[in-house]
Design a protein around this ligand. Structure first.
Ligand SMILES: O=P(O)(O)OC[C@H]1O[C@](O)(CO)[C@@H](O)[C@@H]1O
Length: 354
């Protein structure tokens, strides 16, 4: 298939033929994975944690982004700070009264293992969410609760498990209310969106159309408020699944510097700008989004506005997780790229060990 064949059919047969590791099946299974995640979290039998210092979500890459998505899904229901740790240590303000949730699909990501150790040294309450690896082994040896995750997925496709675990631990440590029924309702809502945007949807469905429009350009995905981590997720999935450069930006701050930079975009190459909107975005940020899109338009091959779908914040967050994942898979088909191919980070990890 030609790398610019944007007319290629994006139906189930073509998508599956391009996806020997069958990753699209796990993307489309998001509703079921959410329900399974609720069940698995329940089975962990977590106890309440006294945690006036809030919660740190320690993890990397797509797993870290799931923590940010959980924070966005809590919206203004969050009552304590929930902040990420995405490096070899915890934020300096972490105290023994801060719950540290260490999240790693593989259980072997060295930065997350370092955070687990740092939290132990500090005497902070720890919870682990993982399929196994060193993290599970350590946690079991230390008597730290482990939230199980289904095996056999690519780490980014475990977003349901990581997000549900983050929401549940947040509830247990008093950082937010329990979101079980919102998650259940969101899973139902997603079933409709799978039909509307999945491979069996018409060739001009929103996700297929956006994939075709973006393909062959460098997309910059901008979010504001609730959609900031969605922009990050979307760009990471384009990197990971479609194996293409993509970047994320955060409004309103991006207007203060990046907007000026866009003026030089057309002299450098083919860029596209995607803006992720949400009904709860601050009205001034929403106005900026529309104006930024207009100002950028002359310098890029296309500008696009995509809005979240659904009632609750949980539904809306998950709607664009599904949407971005599908666009990335469709892009992979248009490029003839295997979404499950080994990525350079695996080689980098091997080099770090040797
Ligand atoms: O959840 P894990 O296994 O710690 O992985 C974290 C990140 O690292 C990767 O495995 C890549 O190194 C990603 O797939 C994932 O986003």
């Amino acid at each position: 298939m030609s790398s610019t064949d944007t007319t290629a059919d994006l139906g189930r047969e073509t998508v599956s033929a391009n996806d020997p590791t069958d990753q699209i099946t796990d993307v489309l299974a998001l509703p079921e994975l959410l329900r399974d995640a609720l069940w698995k979290v329940e089975s962990a039998g977590l106890k309440e944690i006294d945690s006036p210092g809030g919660m740190v979500f320690a993890g990397m890459g797509a797993t870290a982004t799931a923590g940010l998505l959980a924070r966005a899904a809590l919206a203004d229901h969050a009552s304590l700070p929930i902040l990420p740790a995405r490096a070899y240590g915890l934020p300096v303000w972490t105290t023994p009264q801060t719950t540290v949730l260490c999240a790693s699909y593989s259980g072997d990501t060295e930065e997350t293992l370092a955070c687990y150790e740092a939290a132990g040294a500090l005497g902070a309450p720890r919870v682990v969410v993982t399929t196994g690896g060193q993290l599970a082994a350590q946690a079991r040896a230390d008597g730290v609760p482990v939230i199980p995750v289904a095996g056999g997925l690519a780490a980014p496709n475990a977003v349901a498990y990581m997000l549900v675990a983050a929401l549940e631990v947040a509830a247990q440590c008093g950082a937010g209310p329990r979101m079980t029924s919102e998650i259940d309702v969101a899973a139902e809502h997603l079933e409709d969106l799978v039909v509307a945007w999945g491979p069996d949807s018409p060739e001009d469905s929103a996700a297929k159309s956006l994939a075709r429009a973006l393909h062959g350009s460098v997309p910059v995905i901008s979010g504001a408020g609730l959609t900031v981590p969605l922009a990050v997720r979307f760009k990471q999935q384009l990197n990971h699944i479609a194996q293409t450069p993509a970047f994320a930006a955060e409004l309103p701050d991006a207007d203060h510097a990046e907007l000026a930079g866009w003026a030089g975009a057309d002299t450098l190459g083919r860029f596209s700008a995607v803006f992720l909107d949400d009904c709860d975005t601050h009205p001034r940020a929403q106005a900026r989004l529309a104006l930024s899109k207009e100002l950028i338009a002359p310098h890029v091959v296309g500008t696009h506005l995509v809005a979240t779908r659904g009632q609750t914040a949980v539904e809306r967050v998950l709607s664009l997780v599904l949407f971005g994942d599908l666009v990335a898979h469709y892009w992979a088909v248009l490029s003839g790229v295997d979404p499950g191919a080994e990525t350079p980070v695996e080689m980098l990890k091997a080099d770090l060990i040797s």
